[in-house]
Design a protein around this ligand. Structure first.
Ligand code: NAD
Length: 331
């Protein structure tokens, strides 16, 4: 079977990481083209892959006959238009989360005839070995009926200019996909709360706490703390009727020195989820090569996660009022 020739739009942190993963770790994939508005950055990233071309125009990449499938890893605000262009070109697309910052834009993508077949979403936690084991244990009833889920997403420092809303659409959106996937039950109502601010956060309220209720009656807390300082740290614990299930510390090394036992934290999400990105891109490539539906999150999953984010932001602007989640009809 010939390799799937992939074009990657966006050569920033995530795009460069996907290019490297596709090139070095994914069998059956070949990075053919990298595009970034910053042509120098695109060229620099493409230089790591012999034969890959680069440019500043993402639409030229999508139209390139040497590109079979597209990865979108550019700014959130560009995802909908680029996904639509890829769908119209008949090319499978793996779009980084979120599908779009608003549900109206997600609906615009889903109204494209072949969007349901061609668009996959980069909710990579579905491929993280820890989350996959957690989901399997829940399905097996290991801890009984799930009652509470506690999710924590902490980072070292927020991006310049990060807003209250970014903490929801940029960070908590992962949990808005992961929790319904773990529990097999959709989020039906939410509320948003903020602790007193830290001096490290000047442009947003941080940390934030969100409360989600799923249709099964379970309650989930989601903490986002973008300026936690000490490292990148993602946690998840499910409390069931008969016990608890939790992700373990993913560190591979423990050091015992000076009467202290210690493990390290990564500086950002890339090392923590390296296996998940690799497994996700491999699963996508295999499905594209075989012309079958991918096992990744779908465009509709992207719409649902954005609907939860919209309800959380509505609660944020209404003093934390409990707010129902409304998923718009695609029509
Ligand atoms: N799945 C995950 O864990 C995860 C983690 C981080 C970021 N992301 C998502 O990945 C995407 C990229 O994030 P990042 O951290 O790499 O950001 P980044 O700012 O490091 O890189 C974005 C790049 O996109 C380029 N760009 C912007 N608009 C473009 C356009 N129209 N055409 C071509 N290039 C364009 C920018 O020049 C920049 O180089 C975002 O959507 C983000 O939400 C996902």
């Amino acid at each position: 079977m010939s390799a799937v020739r992939v074009g990657v739009v966006g050569a920033g942190n995530m795009g460069a990481d996907h290019v490297n993963t596709l090139h070095r770790w994914v069998s059956g994939a070949e990075v053919a083209h990298v595009a970034d508005l910053d042509a120098g950055r695109a060229a620099e990233v493409a230089a790591g892959v012999p034969g890959a071309r680069s440019g500043a125009d993402p639409y030229a990449l999508i139209a390139d006959p040497a590109v079979d499938a597209v990865v979108i890893a550019s700014h959130d605000s560009t995802h909908a238009d680029l996904a639509i262009a890829a769908v119209r070109a008949g090319k499978p697309v793996m779009c980084e989360k979120p599908l779009a910052p608003t549900t109206a834009e997600c609906v615009r993508v889903l109204r494209e005839d072949r969007a349901a077949d061609l668009v996959s979403l980069g909710f990579m936690r579905r491929f993280d070995p820890g989350y996959a084991d957690l989901r399997a244990a829940l399905a097996a009833g290991t801890a009984g009926v799930p009652l509470l889920v506690h999710c924590v997403s902490r980072g070292v420092t927020s991006a310049p200019g990060a807003t209250d809303e970014f903490s929801v659409t940029g960070s908590a959106i992962h949990e808005f996909d992961t929790v319904p996937w773990l529990l097999d039950s959709p989020v039906v109502e939410v509320s948003w709360h903020a602790a007193r601010p830290t001096p490290a956060a000047t442009t947003l309220r941080d940390p934030q706490l969100m409360l989600l209720r799923t249709a099964d009656g379970a309650l989930t807390t989601v903490e986002t703390f973008l300026n936690a300082g000490y490292g990148y740290d993602v946690r998840c614990e499910v409390v069931g009727e008969h016990g608890t299930l939790a992700l373990t510390d993913p560190a591979r090394l423990v050091s015992d020195t000076a009467r202290t036992r210690a493990t390290g934290y990564p500086a950002d999400w890339r090392p923590r989820f390296a296996d998940a990105y690799r497994l996700e891109l491999q699963a996508w490539t295999d499905a594209v090569a075989e012309g079958r539906p991918t096992p990744l999150a779908t465009a509709h999953d992207g719409l649902v996660a954005s609907a939860v984010a919209e309800a959380v932001i509505a609660s944020m602007h209404a003093d934390g009022r409990t707010t129902p989640v409304r998923v718009p009809e695609v029509g």
